[in-house]
Design a binder for this molecule. Structure first.
Ligand code: ZN
Length: 311
């Protein structure tokens, strides 16, 4: 088979207050803080990585908290919803849990024969829980606040809203995504082995207002690739599609290239290696501020400007 992207690697979004963001994802959603670092392009800003027990690709949601930034607008040319996979019998548990934590929750509904609970985080970021009928063996955070029977397994899907669906659909096909289901104006694509964590839903809305990336919106979605060599294959393929693609950037925990699909959504292709265990043991993940060696010399200066956090 031709090379395939392996599904979602991570989703990166913008938050406002760092502490409120940290508390929501760890204490309400029960994700593990697997890496506490800074935005390598702007080291005065935190970069939080939340994920499962081992911080595996496909379980990762990351945030840049920008305390003074304005609220964004969810719309076209963006990831307009990020879905997590939960066990099939956990809908009641989560409905009750989100209500108890005063989370903004919509009515549950069926999509592609699975129950979906739409909700928003403290900054209005659009999230969903999908009670997946498919096997999902990803291991949740062992010391998290949820019983393992109900905990989030990882990402399930991203939805991108598009005004130029034909062009987006063609580009997705060119990078190996397969159309797997269709309902109204929603096209579901999958890649790699399929299943939870590999889905991309394209919501076609010709008249959608353009999104504005700021607080409460997704900055980009990253797709998995196993090796540097395969990443280079994708870089060449994307350049052949006349999409502008960046050089390879060292993100310390993975290597990244970025491009925009024709509808405007920012995509990244990130390597599975070396991963979050490269500078911390499994027990230590996320317990202190980690800086890559090229930023470490500026630690004192950086720690002075970062807001204080209670972990
Ligand atoms: Zn990224």
């Amino acid at each position: 088979m031709e090379q395939q992207l392996g599904g979602i690697h991570h989703v990166t979004a913008i938050a406002a207050d760092p502490q409120r963001n940290l508390d929501f994802y760890t204490q309400v959603l029960g994700l593990r803080l697997v890496k506490l670092t800074v935005n390598f392009d702007d080291p005065g800003t935190y970069h939080f990585y939340f994920g499962n027990e081992e911080g595996e690709p496909g379980t990762i949601l990351t945030f840049f908290p920008w305390p003074d930034a304005r609220r964004g607008r969810i719309g076209a040319g963006q990831v307009s919803a990020t879905a997590f996979s939960i066990p099939e019998n956990s809908i009641g548990h989560w409905t009750e849990r989100l209500a108890r934590h005063r989370v903004e929750v919509g009515s549950a509904f069926e999509r592609f024969e699975e129950t979906v609970i739409p909700f928003a985080d403290r900054d209005g970021l659009a999230l969903e829980l999908v009670a997946s009928s498919e096997d999902d063996s990803r291991v949740p955070w062992a010391n998290g606040p949820l019983e393992p029977d109900h905990a989030i397994r990882g990402c399930h899907a991203v939805t991108i809203t598009g005004r130029r669906c034909e062009q987006t659909q063609a580009a997705l096909a060119d990078i190996g995504f397969r159309l797997s289901a269709e309902s109204g104006n929603r096209l579901r694509f999958t890649t790699g082995d399929g299943g939870p964590g590999t889905y991309l839903d394209l919501l076609c809305q010709r008249d959608a207002a353009a999104g504005l990336v700021a607080v409460g919106t997704v900055h980009h979605v990253a797709w998995r690739t196993p090796s540097n060599a395969e990443q280079e294959h994708w870089r060449q393929r994307i350049a052949e599609l006349d999409l502008s693609v960046t050089r390879v950037l060292d993100r310390h925990y993975f290597r990244s290239i970025y491009f925009r699909e024709p509808g405007g959504t920012l995509f990244e292709i990130a390597t599975d290696q070396p991963g979050f265990l490269v500078d911390e043991s499994l027990d230590e993940l996320g317990t202190r501020l980690r800086l890559p060696e090229w930023i470490e010399p500026r630690r004192l200066e950086i720690e002075r400007v970062l807001p204080a956090l209670r972990l």
